[in-house]
Design a protein around this ligand. Structure first.
Ligand code: DI6
Ligand code: FE
Length: 409
């Protein structure tokens, strides 16, 4: 198979042990670097001066990157991209002082998006989600997770997951689907959350058998599902061999992180109210902390996730858009890089690892998120001279080109 060389670039490999010396370079920076691509895979990564002559001779195509910075393709590991309608009216209400939980209790919030999602056809849902997806792609996203959770009945959860799969088939992006049937209580089950969990447990194997589920998630919160109910769902996921993740400790500490960790969760997400025990359990289980500064900002929260505690326990941190109509109507992962730094005090290096290496880990994907031989050839050329500039600028999009599975997108 023919090889392609990319040269005249600085690499941010995001590998902790990259560089020419034994000393780890920040961002895994490789000045004057080169990439050799074979098909959809990276074959060689390093300083151009160290590229073996024999390998270079096999490169039938060469791309001069014009001095660009090259990072791994970005991974958005937590989105609710597929939904009907919007919640701008609720935004106005909240600006007048009505709380998010109060709106949810009044039948607005997630429930209003459920009504709009059920009313929408699959092509309508796909068209609206594709508009959002195009924004993410324009900023270099090459893998994203899409959750269901606004259908809350078998046919509608299926419709949303099928739309998610179709988005992946029709765009040059890898889509991982997550079944979030336990997102909220649908109106027909009002006051019967255990009975609704029974229904969720009936949906899961059906959707899984249809090849629509890569992972299972729940919203463990006082306005959603209890730890005991969440545990029933996780048992069912485990029986099917499906990995789990959890919306945990977003609005209160319900011990969701410990529960998720006890099931070996890929990630626990939000975590503003995470306890020390929760952080320790996550570290033990190898669960990633997915931080969602868009939701924190949009709800004007004041309780920060405990970044220092996460660092102390060695919990890897990812950063994601949480793209959803209610708490983070955000389609810019670059803006999340900035907010992760300004609001959550991540370093730009932590933030960039959060949308590459650690985001891939949060999806259980070992073949992406860093530039290294054997990894997928998903990478982005940026018109910046240093990776910190990706987190620094607000509203800029310095993307030059995205390469997905070895092909310019
Ligand atoms: N937490 C969130 O922030 C979103 N879902 C969740 O479990 C909000 C979803 C919405 O308000 O529509
Ligand atoms: Fe979410």
């Amino acid at each position: 198979m023919s090889l392609t060389l990319w040269h005249h670039c600085t690499l941010a490999t995001l590998q902790a042990d990259a560089g020419q010396t034994d000393v780890a370079q920040p961002y895994g920076l490789v000045p004057d670097g080169a990439l050799v691509v074979q098909g959809a895979t990276l074959k060689w990564v390093g300083p151009l001066a160290e590229l073996p002559e024999a390998l270079r001779a096999q490169c039938s195509t060469q791309h001069d990157a014009g001095g660009a910075l090259i990072t791994p393709g970005l991974v958005d590991c937590h989105t609710h991209l597929v939904y009907g309608g919007d919640r701008a009216a609720e935004f106005e209400q909240r600006l007048q002082g009505v709380g998010y939980e109060e709106i949810a209790r009044q039948g607005g919030g997630i429930a209003s998006t459920v009504r709009a999602t059920r009313a929408a056809s699959a092509p309508e849902l796909q068209a609206s989600a594709a508009r959002r997806l195009r924004h993410l792609l324009a900023e270099g996203v090459t893998t994203l997770e899409i959750k269901s959770g606004y259908g809350l009945a078998l046919e509608h959860e299926r419709k949303c997951l099928q739309v998610a799969r179709a988005l992946g088939a029709e765009h040059a992006v890898a889509v991982r689907t997550t079944f979030l049937g336990a997102h909220a209580l649908p109106p027909e089950f009002a006051g019967q959350s255990d009975a609704y969990m029974d229904a969720v447990l009936r949906m899961l194997p059906v959707l899984h058998a249809e090849g629509l589920v890569d992972a299972v998630d729940a919203f463990c919160e006082r306005i959603a599902f209890s730890p005991a109910q969440t545990a029933r769902l996780f048992e069912a996921a485990r029986a099917l061999g499906l990995p789990v993740k959890l919306h945990a400790e977003q609005l209160s500490d319900s011990g969701g992180a410990q529960l998720a960790a006890s099931f070996g969760a890929l990630s626990c997400d939000h975590l503003e109210w995470l306890s020390e025990e929760g952080a320790a359990a996550m570290a033990q289980a190898g669960s990633v902390a997915v931080l969602l500064p868009g939701a924190f900002y949009f709800l004007r929260e004041t309780k920060l996730p405990p970044m220092d505690m996460l660092r102390r326990h060695g919990v890897p941190m990812a950063v994601s858009t949480d793209c959803n109509p209610g708490t983070s109507p955000c389609t810019s992962l670059l803006l999340m890089l900035n907010m992760a730094c300004t609001l959550f005090r991540l370093t730009p290096e932590e933030a960039l690892a959060g949308v590459t290496r650690h985001a891939a880990q949060a999806l259980g994907l070992k073949d992406r998120g860093v530039l290294a031989p054997g990894m997928r050839a998903d990478f982005v050329l940026w018109d910046v001279s240093h990776p910190a500039q990706l987190a620094y600028a607000l509203g800029a999009n310095p993307l030059i080109q995205t390469v997905f599975e070895g092909q310019v997108r």
